[in-house]
Design a protein around this ligand. Structure first.
Ligand code: DGL
Length: 269
């Protein structure tokens, strides 16, 4: 991709979960201009109403787009994607890519046809997810766990805190005795960040499915039809919606993942 016409892509999540999606896209398309916003003032989205999530996502995307004309937005959050995509597509004429639980590939790969959906409290009860299961996994038995605790554990891990294995085990305890559960959908973008720890608690699970790679491929294919709106060369950086104790570990992660700096995005509400 020509550096002069690099498209600007925004990744949006409530926290650091979207990094698991961004990482795959950045690997496939290293030269794009990347912005990442985490709405830490409203974290966790697992506990928020659909109206709150729609309102926040819209105002944040609009605000960033005013200063940095966006060419594509990735809603790197399942909880938001299951409610916000139609509204965002009404407001923006650029491609909007959502993240939804990888139910279809999980139902295909499972040998026992007994799968688990691990997601946030919001995601597991959305109509969107019921429809995904009805349309693509009706031949499977589908277990569900909706957890805020796991989101918090993953968030903390990337902020340099230790992973609380006792709490993690407790959250997954309902599945520990289901021996034929061979596939788990990581239906929250935070969960690939603690995949190894989750796998240790569920040794019977053979496949963990997330949507990161599929999203990267979708972004690549959509960009081939995008006319870049702004040709100014910008650095990659991160926005947060609330100041926080910017620990060394987090700074290290930002640089490691190709971002220059962290900025505060003021959202009036
Ligand atoms: N990472 C998000 C998701 O994929 C949201 C987690 C949260 O804030 O509860 O659902």
């Amino acid at each position: 991709m020509d550096k002069q016409t690099q498209p600007t892509i925004l990744f949006f999540d409530s926290g650091v979960g979207g990094f698991s999606v961004y990482k795959e896209t950045k690997q496939l398309l290293p030269n794009c201009h990347y912005l990442y916003c985490f709405d830490n003032a409203y974290f966790p989205y697992s506990e928020k109403t659909e109206e709150q999530i729609v309102r926040r996502t819209l105002s944040i995307c609009h605000k960033i787009d005013q200063d940095f004309p966006l060419d594509l937005i990735v809603i790197a959050c399942n909880t938001a994607s299951t409610v916000v995509l139609p509204v965002l597509r009404e407001h923006f004429s650029i491609p909007i890519v959502g993240t939804v639980p990888a139910i279809k590939p999980a139902a295909e790969i499972s040998e026992t046809k007994h799968i688990g959906l691990l997601a946030t409290k919001g995601t597991v009860k959305r109509t969107y997810v019921y429809d995904l299961i009805k349309n693509h996994a009706s031949h499977c038995m589908v277990e569900k766990i909706g957890s805020t605790k796991l989101v918090e554990i993953a968030e903390q891990k990337l902020h340099g805190k230790y992973v609380d294995f006792i709490a993690l085990k407790q959250e997954l305890s309902a599945w520990q005795a289901i021996m034929d559960l061979d596939t788990v959908v990581l239906g929250c973008t935070h969960f690939p960040l603690i995949k190894e720890e989750i796998a240790q608690c569920l040794p019977q699970v053979k496949y963990f499915m997330d949507s990161g790679k599929a999203i990267a491929l979708r972004v690549k294919s959509l960009l081939s039809n995008v006319k870049v709106r702004s040709e100014i060369l910008e650095k990659n950086f991160i926005f947060c919606t609330q100041l926080f104790n910017y620990e060394t570990q987090f700074q290290h992660i930002i640089h490691l993942w190709g971002f220059e700096a962290l900025h505060l995005l003021a959202i009036d509400e």
